[in-house]
Write a protein that binds this ligand. Structure first.
Ligand code: ZN
Length: 457
């Protein structure tokens, strides 16, 4: 068996090598700037290396981080940061990586570094989504994408511009995908690699003006815990930016406000042979609750833009007890509360009609729309906008139909908008990223340092 596996693995390796060779004579797309172009080779090398480490987080978390793979990547990043000269690079007991890049004005006459407060921070998350396989990622680089259907070698996975129109904007780009049976993990290793390459570049180019700034990599963002054990005090920055967005130019200072709800219905379980007049089927009641929720509105599949939803995503149980897990989302706090109220009403209407059944509703706040916290500090988002423009990109301001570490961090007192990474189709086996757009994101981090250096004068 072992030999057979080894042979077929070698076969896959050979076929992957073929895939990595260019198949077209398409002209390679240009980078957004010479800076982005010069960062790109280092960035690509890092990204391809980081995505191979399985850092998928696990919803049933017993400790932080929830999985050991995140620590493996974290340790690698600490040693790489130290090799750039960031002497305080460290991994804390909960799996958070932090480091300081000192500003070029922050050295005394004797050449020794002075302690300095950080102008800002940049963050990305170590983990990948639990929603699709995350182990055994085999990245493939499709040089100078020709605009056609990309067929991946495994599981018949296809990236079709007919259903993924964003691909058509990337003709000529070097696209990275997985091999068809796993995530790529661009969410958020694109962000991790971009920050690492930008910091490496700045450390090697002291002639570029920069203030002291902080770097952090967080665990377990995908299970909503990325900010939970983040020590804002110790981080010591007045504001921060996550690199955890998608499309080139995106700058997000508005996220959903979010609740999670667990509805538990307890019935009366009796052997079906003796059930007459006695059995109360919890599973049927739970199904009625799901069926009683709006289906044509207030669902993720029927809404877009700023409209929220009630989304049941798991239904498990037996005749004796059944559990529905839901997420409730809106940009507006009052509307969010009204969606939760609607869920309560529907659940009570169904279960209260059966006096022998019991209803337990556990509604838990997840995060709040970051806009209410960022509105008071407009200079934070404005600096990112200036950096994106300096890279020659038109900033795109769209609200995120989701949350980021920045949602919780902003609420906890660290204003943290979100910047694009160049990755797409997150949380799926079709995930892809453009090297050109990733390089633009890394260059934007360099520009951000320049913007804050100017502001500090
Ligand atoms: Zn992410």
């Amino acid at each position: 068996m072992v030999a057979a596996i080894a042979t077929s693995y070698a076969g896959v390796q050979a076929s992957l090598r073929d895939w990595n060779t260019p198949k077209t004579n398409m002209a390679r797309a240009r980078f957004t700037s010479p800076l982005a172009e010069s960062i790109a080779p280092d960035l690509e090398e890092r990204f391809l290396r980081y995505v191979r480490i399985d850092t998928q987080s696990r919803r049933e978390r017993e400790r932080s981080p929830s999985t050991p793979g995140q620590l493996e990547l974290a340790r690698m990043l600490v040693s790489e940061l130290a090799s750039f000269g960031l002497e305080d690079a460290a991994l804390d007991e909960n799996g958070y990586v932090t480091a300081t890049l000192l500003g070029n004005g922050d050295r005394g006459r004797d050449g020794r570094e002075r302690s300095a407060t950080a102008a800002f921070g940049v963050l990305a998350h170590l983990d990948t989504s639990p929603d699709a396989p995350g182990a055994g990622v085999e990245p493939i680089v499709h040089r100078a994408y020709d605009g056609g259907v990309i067929e991946l070698p495994r599981e018949g996975t296809r990236l079709d511009p007919a259903t993924m129109p964003e691909l058509l904007e990337k003709v000529g780009h070097d696209l990275v995908t997985a091999s068809g049976d796993t995530l790529l993990g661009a969410d958020d290793k694109a962000g991790v690699a971009e920050i690492m390459s930008a910091v490496s570049y700045l450390a090697a180019h002291p002639e570029i003006e920069r203030p002291t700034f902080r770097v952090a990599f967080t665990p377990d963002e995908e299970i909503g815990e990325g900010a939970s054990l983040f020590d804002i005090e110790r981080f010591g920055a007045g504001c921060a930016y996550t690199l955890d967005g998608s499309t080139l130019g995106e700058l997000q200072d508005e996220t959903f406000s979010a609740y999670e709800a667990i509805v538990t219905v307890t019935g009366v379980d009796v052997h079906p042979g003796q059930a007459t007049g006695k059995l109360v089927n919890a599973l049927r009641l739970a199904a009625q609750i799901v069926a009683g929720l709006p289906a044509d509105t207030l669902t993720p599949e029927t809404t877009s833009g700023r409209t929220g939803f009630i989304h049941p995503f798991s239904l498990t149980g037996t005749a004796g007890q059944a559990r529905i897990r839901l997420i409730v989302r809106d940009f507006d706090e009052a509307l969010l509360e009204s969606h939760v109220e609607l869920l309560r009403e529907v659940a009570h209407r169904v279960v209260d009609a059966e006096p022998r059944a019991r209803l337990d509703l556990d509604v838990r706040r997840q995060y709040r729309n970051m806009r209410q916290f960022l509105e008071d500090v407009p200079e934070v988002t404005a600096a990112a906008e200036e950096a994106i423009k300096a890279e020659g990109i038109d900033p795109i301001r769209v609200p995120i139909r989701g949350g980021t570490d920045g949602s919780r961090l902003s609420e906890m007192g660290l204003p943290t908008p979100n910047i694009f990474t160049g990755g797409h189709e997150y949380h799926s086996v079709r995930e892809w990223a453009s090297i050109q757009d990733m390089a633009a994101a890394a260059a934007t981090v360099v520009r951000l340092a320049e913007v804050w250096a100017r502001r500090g004068k």
